[in-house]
Design a protein around this ligand. Sequence first.
Ligand SMILES: Cc1cc2nc3c(=O)[nH]c(=O)nc-3n(C[C@H](O)[C@H](O)[C@H](O)COP(=O)(O)O)c2cc1C
Length: 176
Amino acid sequence: MAILDLIKNRRSVRSYSAETVSDEVLNDVLEAGRLAPSACNYQPWIFIVIRERENRLRMSTVYNRDWFFNAPVIICVCCNRNESWHRKDNKDFGDIDIAIAVDHMTLAAQEAGLGTCWIGNFDSRIASQLLNLPAHIEPVIVTPLGYPLSKDKTAQKIRKSSGDIIYYESYRNGAQ
Ligand SMILES: Cc1cc2nc3c(=O)[nH]c(=O)nc-3n(C[C@H](O)[C@H](O)[C@H](O)COP(=O)(O)O)c2cc1C
């Protein structure tokens, strides 16, 4: 599928079938994340793949939605803060690197017919404990990964219009 079609068709999926995700497909999704670009090519990411049912159930304490912990796979994408690039003014680019890796994975998943849902509103402290993370490795995004239970064809992609967000040459206040 062409990249723009993939982007147009991707939706956050909040309902998953129990169908297993094969190692081959899972590895393709992880590979898409591994190959993502990053600031200075520091690749500060760690991908934790949670497939065991017991461990997925434990993840309900991190984000308590059944569509999340019942999905056959959960991926926690973490940032190694000792490895992320910092600009001269000390801005940490780690979260940006993580977002690019996650976006690569969500699109690779979409291409394979799988669903994902970015989750940022989880309990990071509990996730760190459950996943045995040292202090410098921060969980940034978790996503379920699995086959969508139902395709909600009515789901609209709600976005601002191009006119509201794109400016040429310089920003202007007010309507264009
Ligand atoms: C950084 C980030 C964090 C998000 N966190 C959550 C979340 O905690 N829970 C959730 O259900 N959706 C979460 N979402 C999904 C957004 O709500 C969703 O992407 C947005 O509404 C657009 O819908 P779409 O993904 O179907 O196009 C998050 C998305 C992003 C990019």
